[in-house]
Design a protein around this ligand. Structure first.
Ligand code: GDP
Ligand code: IMO
Ligand code: MG
Length: 428
């Protein structure tokens, strides 16, 4: 029963899409288990460049089944639009399925996301504005509408009318916003139901069956461990569990089927939105790195904050997920730097802080303790074998492995599928 999870080890955008596309060639099925279209996963291969928000990143491989599991929140317009865009580019989406238990992101969730962010003022989280938080709130408060409900013409109107009435009271009364027209939402829901009907399945059964047949299933993480609602830098997090626990509840699979948990890390750090980031480079060097790396969000186009590799946070992330291996991406971005730095500890209030703290204000006060290593002038870009790496680049990778406590199975040296060094097989 071989399932393999690929999970972001930092604050998202580690290159999960690239890694999934690379590994999907050896897989039968790729499944998303958490988050929604706040994710933006980039895939670059011989078919071109793709930005995927909901569709699993294995879609370019003919014969690979794609599944959007129960733990995902689904904006049907985004899903249908993404499928149409892929079909136009000759990608087959007939093997893509969505769970009947997945919750739907409604227009009122998107409106509430915007209103809540405005109300937070200077404490804004910097959400992607896609209605993710409000959709998960409704799931947990048991007021959500699920994908399966869209197909249930008989019960949908009552549930929806009750939900919209309640939301309108909040939208107008609390935030002074414009109420949502329930009839308009109902007719959109009916259209969505008809358009999505061929794709809707009890996906937990599908995944369980595939695993029992010995098929190889990749679990595609979205966001990153440090954005996890429980384990991340709360409240500057997303509203789901991108880490390994979310994979189990978000799909309904036997935890024992998971034979490998791979943590994807950038060779440095980035973060979009608000919240503490101990290794953030606020100087000219940070700007230079952002421009060189073109660190702008796939979903929102916002500039990503950049910083050095944070080994304290990475080790914590390894422990939370039980990583069996890591993938280091974007090593090529550090090519040509005179020196590179790794954060090996924090100091706050005159004391050492050697673990990633729960307390946000403490994390904000944490100053990084750096270990400086010599950079490399020869390129790592496009390397496909470890022997092609400059000595100093390899030393940097080895030090990260040591500090994180886990070996690199893959090193990524460019955005394209073939710009990859396979060290140890991930899928057996
Ligand atoms: P994800 O959300 O984790 O899938 O990551 P994103 O796609 O949002 O951001 C990662 C960016 O880095 C994308 O533009 C990728 O094409 C790109 N990328 C991935 N791996 C590499 C790499 O090894 N080197 C370079 N230069 N770019 C990479
Ligand atoms: P991928 O899958 C980077 C961040 C947002 C914000 C916080 C909450 O591409 O790695 P939300 O809209 O989820 O309520 O926003 O989480 N965020 C991401 N940052 N990559 C992502 O996804 C993200 N998804 C959410 O910027 O700080
Ligand atoms: Mg992304």
């Amino acid at each position: 029963m071989p399932a393999y999870a690929v999970i972001g080890g930092q604050w998202g955008d580690e290159g999960k899409g690239k890694v999934i596309d690379y590994l999907a060639g050896e897989s039968d099925c790729v499944v998303r288990y958490a988050g929604g279209n706040n994710a933006g996963h980039t895939v670059v291969n011989e078919r071109g460049e793709f930005q995927l928000h909901l569709v699993p990143s294995g879609i370019c491989w003919p014969g690979v089944t794609g599944i959007i599991g129960n733990g995902v929140v689904v904006n049907p317009d985004v899903l249908l639009g993404e499928m149409a865009g892929l079909q136009e580019r000759g990608i087959d989406t007939s093997r893509l399925y969505v769970s009947d238990r997945a919750h739907v992101i409604m227009p009122y969730h998107i409106l509430l996301d915007e209103l809540q962010e405005k109300a937070r003022g200077s404490g804004a989280i910097g959400t992607t504005g896609q209605g993710i938080g409000p959709a998960y709130i409704d799931k947990v408060s048991r007021d959500g509408i699920r994908v399966g409900d869209l197909l249930d013409g008989e019960h949908l109107p009552d549930r929806l009318i009750a939900a919209v009435e309640m939301k309108n009271r909040v939208i107008t009364g609390v935030y002074g916003g414009e109420p949502i027209d329930v009839h308009e939402v109902l007719s959109r829901c009916r259209e969505w139901g008809e358009q999505l009907r061929p794709q809707v399945r009890p996906t937990e059964q599908m995944v369980q069956d595939l695993l029992e047949q010995g098929k190889r299933v990749l679990l595609e993480g979205a966001q990153g461990t440090l954005l996890d609602v429980d384990h991340g830098s709360y409240p500057y997090v997303t509203s789901s569990s991108p880490s390994i626990g979310g994979a189990i509840t978000g799909l309904g699979i036997d935890p024992q089927s998971i034979q490998g948990v791979v943590g994807v890390f950038k060779a440095y750090s980035t973060r979009v939105g608000g919240g503490p980031m101990p290794t953030e480079m606020l100087d000219h060097a940070g700007e230079e790195l952002r421009e060189k790396a073109h660190e702008y969000g796939t979903t929102t186009g916002r500039a990503r904050r950049v910083g050095w590799f944070d080994a304290v946070a990475a080790r914590y992330s390894r422990q939370i997920n039980g990583f069996t291996g890591i993938v280091l991406t974007r090593l090529d971005i550090l090519d040509g730097m005179e020196n590179v730095k790794i954060c090996v500890g924090y100091r706050a209030d005159g004391k050492e802080v050697n673990r990633f703290p729960a307390n946000t204000s403490l994390l904000e006060r944490c100053e990084p303790v750096y270990e400086k290593m010599p950079g490399w002038s020869e390129p790592t870009a496009r390397a496909t074998r470890t022997e092609q790496l400059p000595e100093n680049a390899l030393a940097y990778v080895r030090r990260i492995e040591e500090l994180v406590g886990c070996e690199a199975q893959i090193i990524s040296t460019g955005p394209s599928r073939d710009e990859t060094i396979a060290i140890e097989p991930v899928i057996h």
